[in-house]
Design a protein around this ligand. Structure first.
Ligand code: PMV
Length: 361
């Protein structure tokens, strides 16, 4: 278990008010985390690319509270407006941290947060949102107690804290790529937090694009939380967890060698496996839309015609992540405009790419 000191402020020497701001990106899992146990512990290791354009900015302002009681004093604004649902979620998360962060009760907290993409885009924002908040909490701890001076320890703790909010968020902390979950292929890997994996990749993958083709902006019919839970009764769960471990090893080899073909095969298999697991859950459900399937067929056909290394992935939703190396960006963008945009809501797609990870603003 990750050790955390129980930190309390000395009321005879209260801290000055302050504010911390972090920008943190979303991430796209190439090897998917699907199935969990305990407090957001993964059933299998996963590997993701850290994105760049799809991100959350979070500002955490704090001041000492003379009248501290047992509740957390939180003001919460999302894109400048009150949002009861997001506030309740954030409050529940902060309350769950109180046994280890009792000082949160000693402060008046104000969180102002917002995404670079519209909330209703059907794009999971929990990874960017929870990682941004976790980073703010680590900076807050360091500002108040000076306990996280070493960058590696800081990132590890931020990743651990992000995981407690939303499993996949723990991978957003690191530049380029991250591995979360114990695997013998990555020394130091853990189920409790992610570790950086950018250095394990050929430079080609650090210059990868991930354009997100928005097929639908409707809210998912089944949440990720419910989807993870349905893995418990899924007849394919055990073989799936074994498969994910093997595929991660294969993927690490492909990433190291810069083997685009092997990478693409694994990425697409993983995306389809995730959705196959949903379709054979009990009850069964499907998040793919007709536009998703049309796009997959077009991607395969264009790849066969042009021999360009373009591949797709999917998150827990109908939107396509189009993955390709930076040297063919002009051709791919032309093709999106000409042939793929017609399947996107209002022709909308987000240009994203493998990025440098979060930044303190
Ligand atoms: O972090 P959660 O609980 O929202 O689960 C995310 C699961 C997937 O996005 C489908 C896969 C992954 O590894 O990110």
């Amino acid at each position: 278990m990750y050790e955390n000191p129980r930190l309390l402020l000395d009321s005879s020497n209260p801290p000055e008010p302050g504010q911390i701001v972090w920008r943190s990106p979303s991430n796209l899992a190439i090897i998917k985390y699907w199935g969990k146990h305990g407090v957001q512990l993964p059933r299998n290791p996963s590997l993701s690319f850290t994105l760049s354009a799809s991100c959350t900015d979070t500002a955490l302002a704090y001041e000492f509270r003379e009248d501290a009681d047992n509740r957390i004093d939180l003001t919460f604004l999302f894109h400048g407006e009150e949002n009861d649902a997001f506030k309740a979620k954030t409050l529940a998360y902060l309350e769950s941290l109180l046994p280890q962060f009792p000082f949160l009760k000693q402060l008046k907290l104000k969180i102002q947060t917002g995404n670079s993409f519209p909330h209703s885009a059907g794009i999971a924002s929990s990874a960017s949102a929870m990682s941004a908040l976790a980073l703010c909490l680590c900076s807050l701890e360091d500002a108040l107690f000076g306990t996280l001076p070493d960058p590696e320890g800081f990132d590890r703790k931020a990743s651990w804290l992000a995981r407690l909010g939303s499993g996949s968020a723990c991978r957003s902390i690191f530049p380029h790529a991250a591995v979360w979950g114990v695997t013998s292929s990555v020394p130091g890997s853990s189920d409790e937090y992610a570790v950086p994996a950018g250095e394990l990749m050929h430079p080609t993958f650090k210059d990868f694009h991930d354009d997100i083709l928005i097929v639908s902006t409707r809210e998912k019919s089944v949440s990720s939380r419910a989807g993870h839970a349905l893995m418990e009764g899924n007849p394919y769960a055990e073989p799936r967890y074994i498969q994910a471990k093997t595929r991660l090893e294969q993927l690490l080899g492909a990433l190291r060698r810069g083997d685009l073909e092997e990478f693409g095969k694994i990425a697409e298999d993983e995306a389809l496996t995730l959705h196959a697991l949903m379709m054979c859950s009990n009850p069964s459900y499907m998040l793919l839309e007709p536009g998703t399937v049309a796009l997959i067929q077009k991607i395969r056909a264009w790849r066969a015609d042009t021999k360009h290394p373009v591949y797709f992935s999917l998150d827990a939703g109908p939107n396509i992540h189009l993955l390709y190396p930076g040297d063919i960006v002009a051709e791919v963008r032309g093709w999106i405009e000409e042939d793929l945009k017609e399947h996107c809501v209002d022709g909308w797609f987000i240009q994203d790419w493998v990025g440098e990870g979060p930044e303190e603003m």
